[in-house]
Design a protein around this ligand. Structure first.
Ligand code: PGA
Ligand code: ZN
Length: 427
């Protein structure tokens, strides 16, 4: 039974240069584990609270010293010297100690850092790989690797917003559907990315800027031009769109929805017209997944979105669901979606994330395990996606080390296990 001897915590910086939390957990045996937590920019309103200091003079209020102090004081007092049989016991202790519905007391950033650091320490103590440990936590026996979904182009919140005329949708992602391995998937994506960058340089006169997750942010004339450009890059790279490489979209539409209407590239669409538009897109292009096609509080129209997309693409909920079991249950009951985007920091502990996973699985949904736009060099996400048996993983593009830490870890796991990549898209 692992006993926690000591917790450590420091404020570190994420890939946007903003503060985040890194925790360490030392067990009685002396074995230790560490974990850093990521941070979103295009966040859902129902996410667990990320505790920030609010002191405008330091990092414009984004400091994480309070979260760090919560680990060193309140959480340490509650868990040090205690034994925890399971991850569930530790996480429940944290949840009870916080005592709020959205973790605003201790901060989800503080709680998740401790939750994962404990998991790492216990895995190390038992000599298990982290992915095997996560699989045990989730009760998963799946022996597959997730299919990659990789950012090619980005707009909106990840590319400076739309005030300067940027594209409304957040991400156009590549799905290397015919690749037999992670290794082949990365080589495929790399080739399309290079052709896309060259294409942009030819067309716009200079190489495009990159967005927060490393996707290219070319000055295209709207969403449809961006999708066309992705298809052109695939073709130039020698792939057949829809056969070798498909497209996933993160519409992130909560961020251009106001007063019941969506403002898409200057056009104003009501929910029905937005659904129609997305239906036309999946019929026209090889799109296999549409994330947040409607806004997080446009619940009543989601079932119709799902019906419209279902012959072609997954209806994937990110801001809609916030990895929150109660919201996932509502979506299952109403037929609002058929796939879960799982981000552990939206809910704040591993145990609640595993509960979200189980709900989605029991409903026959697919699951994409996802990074955040603010990441660190920590690579636990790769182990989590494999251990939780994720169908897909969404890490970002392939040009920045905070993303590559995870891709490179997937390559290591692939070498170690020789497990196949999940076959997808399944039509
Ligand atoms: P975020 O965005 O990490 O900035 O919230 C990622 C996403 O919307 O999938
Ligand atoms: Zn999203």
């Amino acid at each position: 039974m692992p006993t926690i001897k000591q917790l450590t915590a420091i404020e570190v910086l994420d890939s946007r240069g903003r503060p985040t939390v890194k925790a360490g957990c030392v067990l009685d045996s002396g074995v230790a584990g560490e974990a850093s937590v990521p941070s979103g920019a295009s966040t859902g309103a129902a996410e667990a609270l990320e505790l920030r200091d609010g002191d405008r003079r330091r990092y414009r209020g984004l400091g994480c010293r309070k979260a760090v102090m919560n680990i060193l004081n309140a959480i340490s007092d509650a868990v040090c010297g205690r034994s925890f049989d399971t991850q569930g016991d530790l996480d429940q202790r944290l949840i009870d100690l916080d005592g709020t519905d959205n973790k605003r007391n201790l901060g989800a950033n503080a709680m998740l850092a401790v939750s994962i650091a404990f998991a790492r320490a216990v895995a190390a103590e038992t000599g298990e790989t982290l992915y095997a440990h996560f699989a045990r936590l989730a009760g998963s026996s799946t022996q597959t690797l997730p299919r990659l979904t990789v950012n090619l182009f980005s707009g909106n919140k990840h590319a400076g917003g739309t005030d300067g005329g940027g594209v409304a949708i957040q991400d156009v992602l590549l799905v290397p559907g015919s690749a037999a391995s992670i290794d082949e998937s990365l080589a495929t994506v790399w080739s399309v990315y290079q052709h896309a960058a060259e294409l942009c340089a030819e067309r716009f006169g200079s190489p495009p800027l990159t967005a927060d997750e490393g996707g290219l942010a070319p000055p295209v004339d709207g969403c449809e031009a961006m999708i066309d450009l992705a298809v052109e890059a695939m073709t130039r790279a020698g792939y057949e769109p829809g056969r070798n490489v498909a497209i996933a979209l993160d519409i992130a539409s909560s961020h251009f929805y106001r007063d019941g209407v969506y403002t898409l590239d200057g056009e104003t669409l009501d929910s029905e017209s937005m659904i129609e538009r997305l239906g036309a897109w999946v019929a026209r292009w090889p799109i296999v997944s549409v994330e947040d096609g409607l806004a997080e509080d446009d619940w009543e129209h989601w079932p119709s979105l799902r019906d419209t997309l279902s012959d072609h693409a997954l209806t994937l909920g990110d801001d809609l669901l916030c990895t929150n079991p109660a919201r996932i249950e509502r979506a299952i009951d109403t037929g609002a979606a058929d796939a879960l985007l799982l981000k552990v920091n939206q809910i704040g502990t591993l145990t609640e994330s595993a509960a979200a996973l189980k709900l989605a699985r029991d409903a026959g949904w697919q699951v994409t395990v996802s990074a955040r736009s603010g990441e660190t060099e920590d690579n636990w996400l790769a182990d989590l996606a494999v251990g939780f048996g994720g169908d897909q993983i969404k890490i970002g593009s392939i040009t920045q080390s905070e993303r590559l830490a995870k891709y490179n870890r997937l390559l290591e796991i692939e070498r170690e296990t020789d497990w196949p990549v999940v076959g997808w898209p399944r039509r």
